[in-house]
Ligand binder design. Structure first.
Ligand code: SF4
Length: 188
């Protein structure tokens, strides 16, 4: 795991991240992110979005393809945002807070890019920009849609434990995870 000092040499995340409602964050080497076919099995057998979105399998490609795509980047910014709901066990309530998290994710990508980074963002859920995903017809917003973290074969809870990031609060709090792979030295 990298210290914040090392991070500063790469890109000054500390300079801008405090301006956003990010709860916790950590930067890892991209190579430290674990990928697993087991996660893909969960997508296939337990998720209703499987085969229905470009942000989910099999649309995102094989786990190994996803891994290779991520490993083109040096670092991975892992972060959480929190949203308040009446009951976090009600999926519709939880999903209604997703857009706010993705707005923050896109802003963080913008900050990194403004500092010369190239980025690959992933988010905590299947893309819901369109009322109905165009899959298997071409994505309507390629380059804007953010794939789901798990769709890449990455288990969020494993990363959270690795980074000491909390993911369970109370029944009124939704924890959204974001993961931004990035490369680039500080140009400042
Ligand atoms: S932008 Fe639309 S078409 Fe593209 S992945 Fe998201 S929901 Fe599907």
């Amino acid at each position: 795991m990298n210290s914040r000092t090392e991070l500063q040499k790469i890109i000054p995340v500390d300079d801008f991240i405090s301006q956003y409602p990010v709860c916790q964050y950590m930067v890892l080497d991209a190579a430290e992110i674990p990928f697993s076919e087991k996660v893909r099995h969960i997508c296939r057998t337990e998720c209703g979005r499987y085969g229905k979105s470009w942000s989910c399998p099999p649309g995102v490609g094989e786990v190994e393809e996803c891994r290779q795509k991520c490993l083109q980047y040096e670092k991975a910014l892992v972060f959480t945002t929190l949203a308040e709901v009446n009951d976090a066990s009600v999926l519709s309530e939880t999903l209604a807070t997703r857009a706010g998290h993705e707005e923050i994710t896109r802003s963080l990508v913008g900050e990194l890019k403004a500092r010369g980074a190239t980025c690959l963002p992933l988010s905590g859920e299947s893309c819901q920009i369109c009322e109905q995903c165009a899959y298997p017809q071409p994505c309507r917003h390629p380059g804007y849609a953010i794939p789901c973290i798990e769709s890449y074969g990455i288990l969020v809870t494993e990363i959270a434990e690795k980074c000491g990031i909390d993911f369970l609060y109370d029944m009124h709090t939704v924890t959204w995870f974001g993961l931004i792979f990035f490369s680039g030295k500080n140009r400042c």
